[in-house]
Design a protein around this ligand. Structure first.
Ligand SMILES: O=c1[nH]cnc2c1ncn2[C@@H]1O[C@H](COP(=O)(O)OP(=O)(O)O)[C@@H](O)[C@H]1O
Length: 233
């Protein structure tokens, strides 16, 4: 529980209780916020800050891996041009368009799929003082067939495909025998910005994995990183 509390729970603060809120954690709006977290309104009032908006798209599925292991949820991330994993989205200039309009525009370029992002989809906003970048995180639950459409469009009609985006990837949330394969291996890859913590928070926030499953995966991911990098990463 300790590892999870330090690496994940400490960062979870509900900024905007969205329709996706699963109620696993107390709503701390108006209370003490985790460091770096701020409300969407506070974020927009920041002078000299840049804004980046990204979204997690997910769906439930009955599919099974090897006709044996339940896949449970399809969760989309992408392999970026720089070889790092991240969520679809990008920089938005709020003086030109709303955060949600900007994110919808980015999604059209990266996914080739028209998705109108709304305030309801907003999950959290996080300020990085050293870069003056505020990362706004959104999430949308979809039907499995819609997610499949997104994947098809992203690889065929999206203008950014093969340029800024190398391809969509699904996040494996199961753990394979031995404890390393699946989510632990995925979490030991390299992620852009704070997208890894956005993913970890969302997995528990939306009930896609249990806190215990995430804790176990993080422990294995850490061991794996130490094996690969000798503790340097
Ligand atoms: O998935 C993400 N979550 C959080 N921050 C991200 C994610 N992807 C990129 N960023 C950060 O957002 C900023 C804009 O990145 P991005 O490459 O998406 O925008 P752009 O395509 O408009 O240049 C970068 O500083 C990057 O570190």
């Amino acid at each position: 529980q300790r590892l999870f509390a330090e690496t994940t729970l400490g960062r979870i603060t509900v900024i905007n209780t969205s329709s996706h809120w699963s109620g696993n954690y107390a709503n701390t709006t108006g209370g003490s916020m985790a460091s770096g977290q701020l409300s969407r309104e506070e974020a927009l009032a920041c002078v000299g800050c840049r804004h980046a908006c990204h979204i997690l798209l997910y769906a439930d599925t009955e599919a099974q891996l090897f006709e044996e292991i339940p896949i449970r949820h399809i969760i989309l991330m992408q392999m970026r041009f720089d070889g790092l994993l991240g969520f679809p989205g990008g920089l938005v200039d709020p003086s030109e368009e709303s955060l949600e309009e900007g994110l919808s525009r980015e999604l059209w370029e990266e996914l080739g799929f028209s998705l109108s992002v709304t305030l309801e989809d907003h999950v959290s906003s996080c300020h990085n003082p050293s870069s003056h970048l505020i990362t706004h995180f959104y999430a949308r639950r979809m039907e499995e067939k819609e997610i499949r459409e997104v994947e098809r469009a992203a690889a065929s009609t999206a203008t950014d495909h093969g340029h800024e985006v190398m391809g969509m990837v699904r996040v494996p949330i199961y753990t394979l025998k031995g404890g390393e394969g699946g989510l632990p291996s995925f979490l030991s890859h390299s992620f852009i910005g704070n997208s890894r913590s956005q993913l970890e928070d969302a997995l528990v926030r939306f009930g896609l994995v249990t806190p215990e499953e995430l804790q176990t995966a993080l422990t294995h991911a850490e061991q794996r990183r130490k094996q690969l990098w000798g503790g340097a990463a």
